[in-house]
Ligand binder design. Structure first.
Ligand SMILES: NC(=O)c1ccc[n+]([C@@H]2O[C@H](COP(=O)([O-])OP(=O)(O)OC[C@H]3O[C@@H](n4cnc5c(N)ncnc54)[C@H](O)[C@@H]3O)[C@@H](O)[C@H]2O)c1
Length: 447
């Protein structure tokens, strides 16, 4: 439904290219999250289930004054690709097709998978760019061979170009394992240095960065569902801007960090102090096995630790948040599979410093929470690519809503508060569609 039909609202911004034709989604890593995403989209397309947790599919957006009573679905308001036009492919170092991999992941029940089997079996992984140095707990044979990292990047570019011939637009998303912790070095500082590093096999360039480089070189948006460094470096930020290929932060914000970025803003809004926050997790999927390696865990830990520090702003509130003891543990515990359990013990204090405790016990399904996030990121990055105002700015900070480690322009602190992130996302949509922003001031109702 066009906005014009609705009570004199402004017409939609006409400079956003329509989402016509097929949207090709190339997923790096066809594991639990990826197969839950792909099977889920197909289940929704067939009317077997609802896309719960997806803002693009189920969310609404209020437009105009509160008295206008007008809140269309986001997918009717902004020109997003229709799920029927989404086509999937991907890479993995295991040869399993999406059905086999989904069966192995055991996220979706057998009944559902059997119904989707003929479709899921058709999606077979392309050989991966993989090096065990960056993910210690995995080894596979379905891997590209090349004389150096440049050669591997060229092979990924060839994969993207071949897929582009079959669809109208492409987005690449990393849903592969967490790589070891890497810090930016000289090779990451410019496009030139990075390209030289591809030629000389620089150890600072991880496989995720080879995929990202390939996508951005082709003008294709790239999302990162894991906490790897990947595009968080000047070279790839520059490439993103140069080729109008949007990027965003990293690491899907699903379970425990999602809860943190809900609860912490509430404590801060009420000026309740926090002396300690202990977070522990048990999970038994392949992700848990990879995170059992200390170097991959370090990458995850850094990504999870950031949120509280930024939300609480201890430099502004030293009496409340200066000495928080924040600890995170992830334990690999095979019996749980993808059904993670997270415990948070939060030591808070109130009036006159009196202590209290809050316990959160979240029994979640990791990939069930991650799949709608992956879907929304893909659809919104495709929207950003078609939006003249967004496509060449590089980092899409408005997508921080979905990510544990938001990425920002240099000099800005990342915004972790989920409510601010949600407002930023919706106001960005209003803005690109030429609608008035909503500030929640509301004084006009009392004139
Ligand atoms: N599920 C969640 O709630 C959640 C939340 C935040 C982040 N993540 C991240 O998402 C990623 C995927 O999680 P998952 O549960 O699907 O893990 P998974 O282990 O089931 O799947 C990862 C897949 O990536 C493949 N892979 C690894 N390196 C690759 C490479 N270089 N190229 C191609 N394929 C490669 C593996 O073979 C595996 O099939 C992980 O990094 C995880 O940390 C998940």
């Amino acid at each position: 439904m066009s906005t014009e039909q609705q009570g004199g609202q402004k017409t939609a911004a006409s400079n956003i290219a329509p989402a016509t034709g097929k949207l090709g989604v190339m997923v790096v890593g066809l594991g639990a999250v990826a197969t839950t995403l792909i099977a889920g989209v197909e289940a929704v397309r067939r009317g077997l289930a609802k896309p719960i947790g997806s803002l693009t599919q189920m969310g609404t957006i209020r437009l105009g004054k509160r008295t206008d009573n007008y809140s269309p679905l986001i997918k009717d308001f902004v020109p997003l690709a229709n799920l029927n036009d989404v086509v999937f492919t991907g890479w993995d170092l295991f040869e399993d097709n999406v059905y086999e991999s989904a069966a192995h992941a055991k996220v979706l029940d057998k009944d559902m998978l059997e119904q989707l089997k003929p479709y899921l079996e058709t999606i077979k992984p392309l050989p991966a760019v993989f090096d065990q140095y960056y993910v210690k707990r995995l080894s596979g044979i379905h891997v590209k061979k090349g004389k150096n990292k440049r050669d591997l990047a060229d092979q990924v570019i060839a994969d993207i170009r071949a897929f582009k011939k079959t669809v109208d637009r492409v987005v690449v998303i990393w849903a592969a394992s967490t790589e070891i912790f890497l810090e930016p070095t000289a090779v990451h500082q410019s496009i030139e240095a990075f390209e030289k590093g591809l030629d000389t096999d620089d150890i600072g360039i991880a496989p995720s960065q080879i995929y990202a480089y390939a996508a951005l070189s082709e003008g294709v948006p790239f999302a990162n569902g894991a906490p790897n460094l990947t595009v968080d470096i000047p070279a790839l930020i520059d490439l993103s801007k140069k080729n109008a290929a949007p990027i965003c932060g990293k690491d899907f914000k699903t379970g425990q960090t999602f809860m943190k970025t809900v609860l912490a803003p509430a404590f801060k809004a009420r000026l309740l102090g926090v002396s300690g926050w202990f977070s522990t997790n048990i999970l038994g999927n392949r992700d848990g096995e990879v995170l059992d390696d200390p170097q991959s865990f370090k990458t995850k830990e850094e990504s999870k630790l950031g949120s509280l520090e930024y939300i609480f702003q201890p430099e502004l509130y030293p009496d409340l948040y200066k000495n928080i003891y924040h600890k995170i543990r992830i334990n690999y515990y095979p019996p749980r599979g993808d059904d993670k359990e997270a415990w948070d013990n939060i030591d808070i204090f109130g009036w006159l410093g009196y202590p209290m405790q809050i316990k959160v016990n979240f029994l979640c399904r990791d990939s069930i929470l991650a799949a709608p996030i992956a879907l929304d990121l893909v659809l919104f990055l495709d929207l950003a690519k078609r939006t003249p105002e967004l496509r060449s700015i590089g980092i899409q900070e408005w997508l921080s809503f979905y990510l544990k480690a938001p990425q920002t322009a240099e000099g800005l602190y990342p915004e972790h508060d989920i409510f601010i992130q949600s407002m930023k996302l919706k106001n960005t949509l209003r803005h690109i569609m030429g609608q008035a922003l909503i500030t929640h001031l509301g004084l006009e109702y009392y004139d």
